[in-house]
Design a protein around this ligand. Structure first.
Ligand code: FPP
Length: 252
């Protein structure tokens, strides 16, 4: 079945295919609370969180959304108990190893953004392998922010630009928004149109600070492991009711 046929067959009838976001970003919050609420260890919540993310990726692909970016681990998450951090690192590695074949079959292009150098070497090896093997895939662009911090990303961009100025390769007057954005981890992606956060917290939490300047924000009380197609439909319905003005006057 062609991508267009899948879209027409599976997209809920109340969603307008012409007004879907091209790029959706998600802050997957509430795994720990979901598990604790059921008397389970927090790590079970993260395992279920992976299932929710896989479902969302497939749903975005079915519905013709071009890019999905997920916040998997922030630079602040190292402050969690050692056992939980170790579990998450091992989980990321295992999921990558297990899912690579399916991602190839489904033509997914995967990227990781963040400070990848300080991740455990065995995880880095899986990340490098997954990014290399999927580099020519032309389907949905799936980006995983791991050891990611928005302020750190901006500082690193500033440093790289300053180095070019110092070497005499760049005139400070030539620094504009486009040049700056080309020094961010997300250089190959358009900015997100919609940022979803689960579990009711009204925060950006250092995620894509530059890139979400004009994203529509959607916060739901649903905890991440329970964020399913129906919850995503609700987010998209809300998005389609917004009038995106980008600082200009109303368009309708
Ligand atoms: C936030 O819930 C969730 C995380 C810090 C981890 C999210 C990671 C995944 C779902 C796995 C993604 C995996 C790959 C390979 C892409 P929380 O623990 O902060 O929940 P709480 O606020 O209820 O404590």
């Amino acid at each position: 079945m062609s991508a267009k046929q899948t879209l027409l067959r599976t997209l809920p009838v109340d969603l307008d295919p012409a007004r879907l976001p091209k790029h959706v970003a998600v802050i997957m919050d509430g795994n720990g609370r979901w598990a604790q609420g059921r008397g389970l260890p927090r790590i079970v919540g993260h395992q279920r969180g992976v299932d929710a993310l896989k479902d969302l990726l497939r749903c975005c692909d079915d519905w013709g959304i071009e890019a999905l970016t997920a916040y998997a681990f922030s630079t602040e998450n190292w402050g969690r108990p050692l056992e939980e951090v170790d579990f998450l690192m091992t989980l990321f590695e295992r999921v990558l190893r297990q899912q690579l074949r399916e991602m190839m079959e489904e033509n997914v292009r995967i990227r990781f953004v963040g400070n990848l150098e300080t991740l455990p070497p065995s995880l880095r090896a899986e990340i490098d392998r997954a990014m290399e093997e999927t580099v020519h895939n032309t389907g949905i662009q799936f980006t995983v922010a791991t050891n990611y911090g928005g302020r750190q990303e901006i500082v690193e961009a500033c440093r790289a630009i300053a180095e070019q100025v110092k070497r005499g390769e760049l005139d400070p007057a030539a620094i504009d928004r486009e040049l700056f954005a080309r020094h961010l981890y997300t250089v190959e992606l358009d900015d997100p149109d919609l940022l979803i956060r689960t579990s009711g917290e009204m925060r950006i939490s250092n995620f894509l600070l530059w890139q979400v300047a004009y994203a529509e924000l959607y916060v739901t009380d649903t905890l991440w492991p329970e964020f399913d197609r129906e919850a995503f439909r609700q987010a998209l319905l809300s998005y389609q009711q917004r009038d995106r003005r980008f600082g200009k006057v109303a368009s309708r």
